[in-house]
Structure formats: structure tokens, C-alpha cells
Ligand binder design. Structure first.
Ligand SMILES: Cc1cc2nc3c(=O)[nH]c(=O)nc-3n(C[C@H](O)[C@H](O)[C@H](O)COP(=O)(O)OP(=O)(O)OC[C@H]3O[C@@H](n4cnc5c(N)ncnc54)[C@H](O)[C@@H]3O)c2cc1C
Ligand code: SF4
Length: 333
């Protein structure tokens, strides 16, 4: 169990000033190292003494990871250390990718958005309180899930994608990036590789200890958004217990390409319902070739939840997901 103490256990602090140095340090320290971005997720873990890295690599001085710039093909490239406020308020993001600006602007509070980074928001760990309180569950290397039993408190947990672990991905920007078909660039000692956003987030059936493809020694360096297609419509909605600020219970992000009055293509992504942002192939298939109206939205919503299974306290999430998907088709603008 977590015991809050007044001091973080000691670690070696490294403060590289360039990407090359940062990649080298992250590689050298491997699973004994910890990447520090804005620190909002990091310091919880360290102060509770649940994660005890030997070395912390602080990216705060790596200026080249902080920018937002235009790409040759009319898209945008956002550095992993770009602050959420910068993403939400950037003129380029707001005019061309309002879906991402909206999602980033709904993360937590202004103070958290000023400090938190896009990279940290994508890579942050799940908020399952059993795990975050230090219970030795599957995700922590143990052999039980405390949230999945008939007596567990699991109102915020998943309805899809469970595999021993029933925790959800907490990020607001993650579903927006999947809906926008973004690409994540990851660097390590062997070079760089790129992932489609959809493949960047992984479920517990692949590795129960991680929520993304990142392994020890990997550094997320930037996120690339392809040029928006003319006439694309988008929708983002986040449902939370408290209106002022809170993690989402569920959120939806969609991008629809509408030609005349017919949906030609759709990307519909729901988060907060699975250990990763769920791109609903079934809902997209229903929407394609139909008018983006109430009836299509209703059908898409039904399709999206066809495989959903509630835990003891979260059957409300099935209705929530159905309605979010419906609105994301009907009300995309
Ligand atoms: C009170 C509170 C409320 C919150 N509410 C919300 C909310 O409503 N919606 C939401 O989406 N989030 C919310 N968050 C989460 C917050 O937005 C994230 O904790 C934050 O975005 C993490 O970003 P950071 O820059 O602080 O990263 P850090 O905390 O420094 O890092 C987070 C994780 O990512 C890893 N990491 C960071 N950058 C990289 C990189 N470039 N390469 C590899 N690994 C990396 C770190 O090692 C760590 O594991 C909330 C947090 C708090 C404390
Ligand atoms: S849901 Fe996942 S993180 Fe939470 S207790 Fe179960 S195994 Fe651990």
C-alpha cells in the first residue's frame, strides 16, 4: 500500500540539453531510468515510492522537443515536450486540427495544462486506484486484478479490451490523435521508428505492464499530424463527474469525410472504455455510405457497443459509449 512521505527517495538526475544526449541517457539507464516531462504523473509515482527509478532523465532542457511546426505536406509536427496549453492555444492547431485543440484544452486545469506536455499526456499511466495505491496487481507484476472481482469498486474501469487487467487509458489527447491519424516518432539507441497512433497504444494482452509500445530505452520525440482533408468534419466530447475538471469517464473523437450528404470515410475513437483508445471499426462501417444523421448515429452507436461487457459497477458506460458515438456521427461539424 502507498504511504505518502515527505521525501522522494534519492535518484541520479540527468538534465540533457539535446535529443541525442537524452536518447543516449534513456538507453544507458534502460529499465532503471525514468523519463521526466511535466512531472504530473511522474511525481505521484515517485512521492508514493511505488516506482523507484535509479535515474531520472529530465527533458525540461531539451528545447528542440518543445516546438510546433509545419511539415512540407501541409501537416503539423508537435514535439513531445510541447505543453498542453501551447497545443490548445496554437493558431495552427486551432485552425487546422481543432479536434486536438479542443481535447488538449479539456485536460484537467489551466495550471496542469501549463505544466503537462503532449508526450506525457499520451504516455501517462492508468489511474486505476488499486494499482496507483501500490496494490500488487497483475499490472504491478503480481497475480491478481483487484478491480475485476464481484466485490471490486470498478465504476471507472473498462467495458472493452479487458485481458486480466480492466483499467482504462486516461488520456484526453490520445483519442483525438488516433482519430486524426497521427504518427508517433520513437527514438532509441538503434535509431528512429514511427507508429500510427492506433498502434502506439497497446492492450494488456500484448503487455500488461505497459499502455503504449514504449519500452525501456525508448523516447517519444514527436507527433506528426497529416494535412487535414478539405471538408472534414470533427467531433470531441468528454464526459466527467465534475464539470470543472476531472479525468473522463468516457470520451469520443471522430473525423468524418462527408461528400454531398454521404459519409465517405470515418474514424471514430472512444477512450475511457478500454485499456487503449478504441477505434470502432464496426461504427465506422455503419456510417460509411450513409447520411450523417440521427438514424445513422443511432446505428453506429449500437454497432460500437456490440462487444461491450460491463463489470459490476459500470454498465452505465455502455449507454454512455453508445450515445457518444451517436452524437459524434450526427453532430460532427
Ligand atoms: C490532478 C490531475 C488531473 C488530471 N486530469 C487529467 C485529465 O482530465 N485529462 C487527461 O488527459 N489527463 C489528466 N491528468 C494527467 C495529466 O495531464 C498528465 O499527468 C500529464 O499530461 C502527464 O504529462 P507530464 O508532461 O506531466 O508527464 P510526466 O508526468 O512527466 O510523464 C508521464 C509519463 O510519461 C512518460 N514520458 C513523458 N514524456 C515522455 C517521452 N517524451 N518519451 C517517453 N516517455 C515519456 C514518463 O516517464 C511518465 O511515465 C491529470 C493529472 C493530474 C495530476
Ligand atoms: S485493473 Fe489492472 S491496474 Fe487495476 S488492479 Fe486490475 S490489473 Fe491492476
Amino acid at each position: 500500500m502507498a504511504v505518502i512521505r515527505d521525501m522522494i527517495p534519492p535518484f541520479e538526475l540527468y538534465q540533457p540539453s539535446g535529443v541525442e544526449d537524452a536518447v543516449r541517457l534513456v538507453g544507458e539507464h534502460g529499465d532503471q531510468g525514468w523519463v521526466l516531462a511535466g512531472g504530473l504523473d511522474t511525481f505521484d509515482w515517485l512521492k508514493d515510492r511505488i516506482k523507484r527509478p535509479a535515474a531520472v532523465i529530465d527533458l525540461g532542457g531539451v528545447a528542440e522537443l518543445g516546438g510546433i511546426s509545419e511539415t512540407d505536406d501541409g501537416g503539423l509536427e508537435i514535439g513531445a515536450m510541447a505543453r498542453l496549453t501551447a497545443v490548445a492555444e496554437s493558431g495552427d492547431v486551432r485552425s487546422r486540427f481543432p479536434l486536438l485543440a479542443e481535447a488538449a484544452g479539456l485536460v484537467a486545469t489551466p495550471q496542469i495544462r501549463n505544466q503537462g506536455t503532449l508526450g506525457g499526456n499520451i504516455v501517462q499511466d492508468t489511474r486505476c486506484w488499486y494499482y496507483r495505491s501500490g496494490w500488487p496487481c497483475y499490472r504491478a507484476g503480481g497475480n491478481v486484478c483487484y478491480a475485476g472481482t464481484s466485490r471490486s469498486m470498478n465504476r471507472e474501469h473498462c467495458i472493452l479490451g479487458a485481458s486480466r487487467c480492466v483499467a482504462v487509458n486516461p488520456s484526453d489527447t490520445a483519442p483525438a490523435l488516433v482519430a486524426l491519424d497521427a504518427e508517433m516518432t520513437v527514438a532509441n539507441a538503434s535509431g528512429e521508428r514511427t507508429y500510427a497512433a492506433r498502434d502506439f497504444f497497446i492492450g494488456p494482452e500484448i503487455d500488461i505492464t505497459r499502455m503504449t509500445v514504449l519500452e525501456p530505452g525508448d523516447l517519444l520525440t514527436r507527433v506528426r499530424l497529416p494535412a487535414p482533408q478539405p471538408g472534414a468534419r470533427w467531433y470531441f466530447e468528454k464526459i466527467r463527474d465534475r464539470k470543472s475538471w476531472d479525468f473522463s469517464l468516457a470520451s469520443v473523437a471522430s473525423v468524418l469525410h462527408v461528400d454531398g450528404d454521404v459519409v465517405r470515410d470515418a474514424r471514430i475513437v472512444v477512450n475511457g472504455v478500454a485499456p487503449y483508445p478504441v477505434r470502432s471499426d464496426a461504427a465506422e462501417a455503419v456510417a460509411r455510405g450513409r447520411a450523417p444523421d440521427d438514424e445513422t448515429g443511432q446505428m453506429a452507436g449500437e454497432a460500437a457497443v456490440q462487444d461491450a461487457r460491463a463489470l459490476r459497477h459500470n454498465d452505465y458506460k455502455i449507454a454512455l459509449m453508445r450515445n457518444l458515438v451517436k452524437r459524434s456521427v450526427r453532430d460532427a461539424a
